[in-house]
Design a protein around this ligand. Structure first.
Ligand SMILES: [Zn+2]
Length: 308
């Protein structure tokens, strides 16, 4: 059986000084143990405090850096918001200007004789921006982009070609009177009494009286396809204008153009006479559309363009 070490319960420390009085301190074992424990606890606590202090100062530094970043970000954000607002107002302004251009495009569409339905079928307009709420900048720009694309499609893809065709057709359409002196319609288009005998006949043009030698003008540009003599029209000229239009000028005293030549609108093509089946000096003026004679009266006026 091992021998058990037994520590004495009580201790006495004697302190002496040379020439002085000695004194002693009595204490139990518990006292140094307590002191030791206190020392250990104090050390641990101060170590922990030091560590926490370091941690706290690191955190403070971190917070300071973060606060700086937040301040910078909020400044940037404000700048961004201002930029965003400026962009949004620019987009709204451009949409407004496009709306104004829409009115001009619509006028061109009408001028081209193109119906709204025909245009929409070929290139539809974009829908409205937003849906009863303020639109975001992204939506405004998307709308602006769509609107511009649609505008371009409608203008360049549909309206401009239609307008060009219309203008060419109009340029080829007989327009105005073949005489530039005061005259009147002595005999109109349609069924009339035969001026040379009994019964009725179909008069395929207008008879416009004027003095012998009065200049006769082409009412549209074109190519002279006939220039010669006919028993009915005497000396006459027939011009092909394209787009199905032809005009005929009859009873001339003298012809001023040759077959096959090209004439301009307003060019002198002959002079008033009373050749052929005629009772007095006048020009017989006929307009043909796709080979059929039509009443020339609507062509005497400044043209009224079809628009829906
Ligand atoms: Zn006639």
């Amino acid at each position: 059986m091992p021998r058990r070490i037994r520590l004495p319960k009580r201790y006495t420390v004697i302190v002496t000084r040379p020439g002085g009085r000695a004194f002693s301190v009595n204490f139990t074992l518990l006292v140094p143990l307590l002191l030791l424990a206190l020392l250990l606890v104090w050390g641990a606590v101060s170590f922990k405090l030091a560590r926490e202090a370091r941690e706290a100062s690191r955190l403070r530094e971190e917070v300071r850096v973060l606060a700086g970043q937040v301040r910078r970000l909020s400044t940037d954000l404000l700048a961004e918001q201002n930029k965003n607002r400026a962009l949004a107002s620019r987009a709204s302004e451009m949409l407004g200007r496009l709306d104004a251009l829409e009115a001009e495009l619509d006028a061109l569409r009408k001028r081209a004789g193109l119906s709204k339905a025909a245009l929409e079928k070929k290139a539809p307009s974009p829908g409205p921006v937003g849906a009863g709420r303020p639109a975001s900048t992204e939506e405004l720009f998307a709308a602006l982009d769509a609107h511009l694309q649609s505008f371009q499609d409608r203008l360049e893809g549909v309206v401009a070609p239609a307008l060009e065709a219309t203008l060419k057709r109009e340029a080829a359409t007989p327009q105005g009177w073949p005489l530039r002196v005061k005259t009147y319609i002595a005999s109109g288009f349609g069924v009339r009494k035969n001026p040379f005998g009994r019964g009725y006949e179909f008069h395929n043009g207008l008879d416009l009286p004027a003095w012998y030698g009065t200049k006769i003008y082409a009412t549209a540009p074109g190519r002279v396809i006939e220039a010669g003599w006919s028993n009915i029209f005497g000396r006459y000229v027939k011009i092909d204008h394209g787009y199905g239009y032809q005009t005929l000028y009859g009873h001339m005293q003298k012809i001023a153009v040759k077959r096959g030549s090209w004439v301009k609108r307003g060019q002198v093509i002959g002079y008033v006479g009373s050749t052929g089946r005629s009772t007095g000096p006048h020009v017989h003026y006929s307009v043909f559309v796709k080979g059929r004679s039509v009443d020339p009266r609507p062509f005497l006026k400044t043209p009224v363009y079809a628009a829906r």
